[in-house]
Design a protein around this ligand. Structure first.
Ligand code: GDP
Ligand code: IMO
Ligand code: MG
Length: 429
C-alpha cells in the first residue's frame, strides 16, 4: 500500500508546499493529517503564488483528491477565505476536496484564549501564530472540542456551542479578564460557514483506505516541522500536534504498515519563527542576508524568520524521529550569495563535544555549534535543471550534507517555482 509521508525536518517552512505540489503529479491523493491554519504552504505555478493554510498543496493539480484529515484543527472562516481564493482562479476543487467528520473546529474562543495565554506568559511567551491552535487541540484532549460532524449539524452545533460557550466565557472573564463572547453572533456567523462547508464532509478514513487498497499513491502532507513536535520538539516552544511522520497514523487513520516511505524536507540553512532555542542562529549580517535573499518572512503571520546555518546534529535527530528514507533539499539557491558556507557538525556542551541532540532545552540553549566550513559557489543556480548542471562546489555541499545526515538526497529544489526542481533520485523508490 503506497503511502508516503512528506515531513518538515527543521522548525517548519522548509518548502513542504512546493515539494508536495511538485510530487503530486505522481500521486492520487494528498492528505493533511495534523496542524491547522498555523501552517502556510506556498506553491508557485507558472509564476503565480498560492499560499495554502488548510487545503492540501496538491489542490492545484486537476485530478488529485485532497483530504483534510481527522487529526487537523480547522478554522472555518480561514477555510472559506481559501476557497474564495481558489474560486478566483480556474481551480475546480468541488468534487475532490474532502474534510474529515472527525477534524476539530477552531472557534472564536480558541483564538481569544491563544492570545490571552500568550499575554499571560509575558516574556516567556511561545510566539504562537495566534490562530487558536493550542486551545483547539487542548479542547480535543479535554473533550470539549467541536468535531466537524457536529459543526455541520445545525441542531447539534447550536446546542454544543451553547454548552461550551458558557464554560469558555467563565474562564475568559474570570481567569483572563476578557470580554465574554456573544452566542447569537457566533451562531449566526458560523452557521453561514457550516452551510458552505457541509458538502465537503466525508468519512476520510474509509476514503484513504479505498485509495490505498487500489494500489494508488497517497501522500501525507505534514505541517510545521520536527522540532515543533509536541513530544520531541523543543518543548514548550512547540506546536500542539504530532508533527512527526508517526502522527500520520492517528491523524489519518492508517497503520504504520500503510507507510512505504518518509520524505524529509530540509532547507539548506535553518529558520525558525517564534521563541525557543536555535543553536545555529545567526544574529549578524549573514543572518540578515539569508532573511532578505530567502524572503524569510512567515507565510501565515508575516513575521521575520530567524535564520542560521544548517544543523546536522538536529537533522540526524529528525531522521531518527521520522524514520526518513530520503530527503529533499530546498533553497540552496539562496546560499549563492555567500563566499563560504558553514555546516554544524557537532555541539560543544560545557567544553565537551557531542554529536547527539540533547533531550532537554535547558541543555540545548547552552550548546555551542561546531562548524565545518565549505566554499560557496557564488553564482545563481536557480536555472539549473540537472545534477550535472550544478557547480561542483554546490554538489560537494549537497554530498557532505547527505553524508552527515546519513540519508540520500532525492530532490534539490532551486527556486519556488514548480519547474525549479532537480530530480536526483526517485523519492518513491
Ligand atoms: P512550507 O511551510 O514548508 O510549505 O514553506 P513556506 O511556504 O512557508 O516557506 C517556503 C518559502 O520558500 C516559500 O516562499 C516558497 O515559495 C519558497 N521556496 C520553496 N522552495 C524554494 C527554493 O528551492 N528556493 C527558493 N528560493 N525559494 C523556495
Ligand atoms: P508550516 O506548516 C513555522 C510555530 C509558531 C510558534 C509555535 C507554536 O508553514 O511549516 P502555534 O500557533 O502552532 O501554537 O505556534 O510553532 N509554527 C510554525 N513555524 N512554520 C509553521 O508551519 C508553523 N506553525 C506553527 O511560530 O513558534
Ligand atoms: Mg510555512
Amino acid at each position: 500500500m503506497p503511502g508516503f509521508v512528506i515531513v518538515g525536518m527543521q522548525w517548519g517552512d522548509e518548502g513542504k508546499g512546493k515539494v508536495v505540489d511538485f510530487l503530486t503529479s505522481q500521486a492520487d491523493m494528498v492528505v493533511r493529517h495534523q496542524g491547522g491554519n498555523n501552517a502556510g504552504h506556498t506553491v508557485v505555478v507558472n509564476g503565480k503564488q498560492t499560499v495554502l493554510h488548510l487545503i492540501p498543496s496538491g489542490i492545484l493539480h486537476d485530478t488529485t483528491v485532497c483530504v483534510i484529515g481527522n487529526g487537523t484543527v480547522l478554522d472555518p472562516e480561514v477555510l472559506c477565505k481559501e476557497l474564495d481564493n481558489l474560486d478566483a482562479t480556474d481551480c475546480d476543487y468541488k468534487k475532490r476536496l474532502f474534510i474529515s467528520s472527525g477534524a476539530h473546529v477552531i472557534m472564536p474562543y480558541h483564538r481569544v484564549m491563544d492570545r490571552a495565554q500568550e499575554k499571560f506568559r509575558g516574556s516567556k511567551k511561545i510566539g504562537t501564530t495566534g490562530r487558536g491552535i493550542g486551545p483547539a487541540y487542548a479542547d480535543k484532549a479535554d473533550r470539549f472540542g467541536m468535531r466537524f460532524a457536529d459543526f455541520v449539524d445545525p441542531v447539534i452545533f447550536a446546542q454544543k456551542l451553547k454548552d461550551t460557550l458558557s464554560y469558555k466565557n467563565t474562564i475568559l472573564q474570570q481567569s483572563f479578564g476578557e470580554e465574554p463572547l456573544d452566542y447569537d453572533t457566533i451562531l449566526k456567523g458560523y452557521s453561514v460557514y457550516a452551510d458552505r462547508l457541509r458538502p465537503f464532509v466525508a468519512d476520510s478514513v474509509t476514503m484513504v483506505h479505498e485509495v490505498l487498497k487500489q494500489g494508488k499513491r497517497v501522500m501525507f502532507e505534514g505541517a510545521q516541522g520536527s522540532m515543533l513536535d509536541l513530544d520531541h520538539g523543543t518543548f514548550p516552544y512547540v506546536t500542539s500536534s504530532t508533527t512527526l511522520a508517526g502522527g500520520v497514523c492517528a491523524g489519518a487513520g492508517v497503520g504504520p504498515s500503510a507507510i512505504n516511505g518518509v520524505i524529509g524536507i530540509v532547507k539548506a540553512y535553518s529558520t525558525r519563527v517564534g521563541e525557543g532555542p536555535f543553536p545555529t542562529e545567526l544574529l549578524n549580517g549573514t543572518g540578515d542576508l539569508l532573511r532578505t535573499t530567502g524572503h524569510e518572512f512567515g507565510a501565515t503571520t508575516g513575521r521575520p524568520r530567524r535564520c542560521g546555518w544548517i544543523d546536522t546534529v538536529q537533522l540526524r535527530r529528525a531522521v531518527q524521529l521520522n524514520g526518513a528514507t530520503n530527503i529533499v533539499l530546498t533553497k540552496p539557491d539562496v546560499l549563492g550569495v555567500l563566499d563560504k558556507i558553514e555546516i554544524c557538525v557537532a555541539y560543544e556542551i560545557d567544553g565537551k563535544r557531542t554529536e547527539i541532540f540533547p533531550a532537554e532545552i535547558t541543555t540545548l540553549a547552552k550548546v555551542k555549534p561546531v562548524y565545518e566550513v565549505m566554499p560557496g559557489w557564488q553564482r545563481d543556480i536557480s536555472t539549473c535543471r540537472s545534477w550535472d548542471e550544478l557547480p561542483e562546489t554546490a554538489r560537494n555541499y549537497f554530498n557532505r550534507v547527505e553524508e552527515l545526515i546519513g540519508v540520500p538526497v532525492s530532490i534539490i529544489s532551486v527556486g519556488p517555482g514548480r519547474e525549479q526542481t532537480i530530480l536526483h533520485r526517485d523519492p518513491f523508490s
